[in-house]
Design a protein. Structure first.
Length: 403
């Protein structure tokens, strides 16, 4: 097969270093990357097909370089969707994950999930598109090949991050306990109070880790009856102490709100919403946090993801930040989609919040107007007020005034 393209890297060892290292659009070593990488030119022709993709598809590079992805390589059921996704990725219009179902040379189905990145000319025109991803065959097969794999990858990723973070927290918490237990006589009262606060923060971090672990079905924890008033009031006090001076913070919390949900996941979800709101106001503004009980029905149920009509605790976080475009507001729940800089966000926060809400038999609604702000509403089904809460605030609110 003759190729009239400036770059064609097969990923195979060669005595010709130019053929081996002629990185398509100036990134050396694509052939040696352990992750599957395929690079497409502006017409969708394959100009790089590394060893990891060869291993995944069992198709040698020399059979595909210089040609568009052939129909025989794409699963018939998902071929049309794959073609459309590839076209959007090449044009720069596709910002989310790219899922491709391949058919190997042995007739078996395998899955690639990755993300697109582009090489551009000085004029800004896209000259090539790289799809860098993972072999998601095992994750998809474990789920019976049903639906997309992005949420399962998110679960797998969160589980790994949580375990690493938990190891760090164990070291921090253990050393603080040593200071508190064996050095207390050498420390003044103010220093001991600081150590106590640090220990409490480490314990909060451990709860958040357990929330992340709860994203994985194998780590689901039993729900608990929560007193939302005391928990959110405590949380609001912590938020207030960490806000910049030019941010106004208003809090409105209804009394006697009981919900039966997983405690750590709720705190993690609320943290994601508040952090998003704060970061949308780099120059300051108004941040509002409210909890109220309301009866939800009709159009409101649809806006909250199709929840059943009934009484819900509505936890609302609202900001006066830069807002989100109408085109993007429908994508914010997608794994890895973000309106922030990629270096500052992985685009997983609202995916987690949405997953938590659904698990709790509730819903999440997001409204936004560009230049005006964003309003996120987390709806959680309330339970009988006679149910005694198993979780209340662990700290005295007076220490961090909420109002």
């Amino acid at each position: 097969m003759a190729h009239n393209h400036p770059v064609a890297t097969s990923g195979r060892s060669s005595d010709d270093s130019t053929d081996r290292e002629a990185a398509p659009w100036g990134i050396p070593g694509v052939a040696e990357l352990s992750n599957p990488v395929l690079v497409l030119d502006r017409e969708g022709r394959v100009c790089s097909w590394n060893l990891a993709v060869e291993k995944l598809t069992r198709v040698p590079a020399e059979q595909i370089l210089g040609e568009p992805l052939p129909d025989r390589l794409l699963s018939a059921e998902y071929r049309e969707a794959a073609r459309a996704t590839i076209a959007r990725a090449i044009s720069g219009e596709h910002a989310g994950p790219v899922e491709l179902r391949f058919v190997t040379s042995d007739g078996e189905e395998c899955a690639f999930v990755g993300w697109s990145t582009h090489a551009r000319a000085h004029s800004g025109e896209i000259t090539a598109t790289a799809l860098v991803g993972i072999d998601a065959t095992g994750l998809l097969a474990a789920a019976g090949w049903q639906g997309g794999v992005e949420s399962r990858i998110f679960s797998h990723f969160s589980h790994g991050v949580a375990h690493r973070f938990n190891n760090t927290l164990m070291v921090i918490h253990g050393n603080l306990q040593l200071v508190q237990s064996f050095k207390s006589e050498q420390l003044d009262e103010d220093t001991l109070a600081i150590v106590g606060d640090a220990l409490a923060a480490a314990e909060d971090g451990a709860e958040l880790v357990r929330g992340l672990l709860g994203v994985s079905p194998r780590e689901r924890r039993a729900p608990q009856v929560l007193d939302l008033e005391s928990i959110v009031r405590e949380f609001a006090g912590i938020v207030r102490s960490g806000l910049p001076e030019h941010t106004e913070f208003t809090v409105s919390i209804e009394a006697d709100v009981r919900v039966e949900i997983e405690f750590a996941q709720f705190k993690a979800a609320l943290l994601h919403l508040v952090v998003n709101a704060r970061e949308s106001m780099p120059s300051g503004g108004v941040l509002s946090l409210a909890v109220e009980i309301a009866r939800v029905s009709g159009a409101s149920c649809r806006e909250l993801g199709g929840i059943a009509p009934g009484r819900y605790a509505l936890v609302t976080v609202e900001d006066s930040g830069h807002g989100i475009t109408p085109a993007d507001v429908h994508k914010v729940r997608e794994p890895f989609f973000t309106t922030k800089s990629k270096s500052r966000s992985l685009g997983l926060g609202l995916t987690f919040v949405d997953d938590f809400a659904r698990t709790a038999r509730g819903g999440l609604a997001i409204e936004s107007r560009l230049g005006v702000g964003t309003r996120a509403v987390l709806a959680l089904p309330v339970i009988n007020h006679q149910s005694p809460p198993t979780v209340r605030s662990k700290r005295r609110c007076a220490k961090n005034p909420c109002e």
